[in-house]
Design a protein around this ligand. Structure first.
Ligand SMILES: [Ca+2]
Ligand SMILES: [Ca+2]
Length: 126
């Protein structure tokens, strides 16, 4: 009998989407730290795609990023501000406790799952 050790490469800085509970504030901070490449406090589609590297060449992914940005961008300037992301996450926070459970994330739909999927796989040192 042999058991395979779990590779360290399999671990992620974010918990598994299936059992995660995320503080909205921490999520917004992490999202902007990770995605706001030019540090101007707003995140656009090109900044998100730049973070995705070679995967950004996939048309479906490019489309999804555009849809997510569009759904978050309530002011219509093509950029997502911290306030816009916070407002979106607050809407998903069904019990208004300031954090999101897996159930709340699931209920909020594909847009939020897409955001979390993008933010989740942070490259080491990135
Ligand atoms: Ca920016
Ligand atoms: Ca905006």
């Amino acid at each position: 009998m042999s058991t395979k050790p779990v590779s360290a490469a399999m671990t992620r800085p974010w918990p598994s989407p299936l059992n995660m509970t995320v503080s909205i504030d921490a999520f917004v901070q992490a999202a902007f730290k990770n995605l706001d490449g030019n540090g101007d406090g707003v995140v656009g589609r090109t900044e998100v795609l730049a973070k995705l590297g070679p995967a950004a060449k996939m048309p479906l992914l490019t489309f999804m990023v555009g849809q997510v940005v569009k759904s978050l961008d309530t002011s219509g300037d093509g950029l997502v501000s911290k306030a816009e992301l916070t407002a979106f996450l607050n809407r998903a926070d069904a019990n208004q406790d300031g954090s999101l459970s897996a159930g709340e994330i699931y209920a909020a739909g594909v847009g939020l799952v897409g955001v979390i999927a993008m933010i989740g796989p942070q490259p080491p040192g990135g």
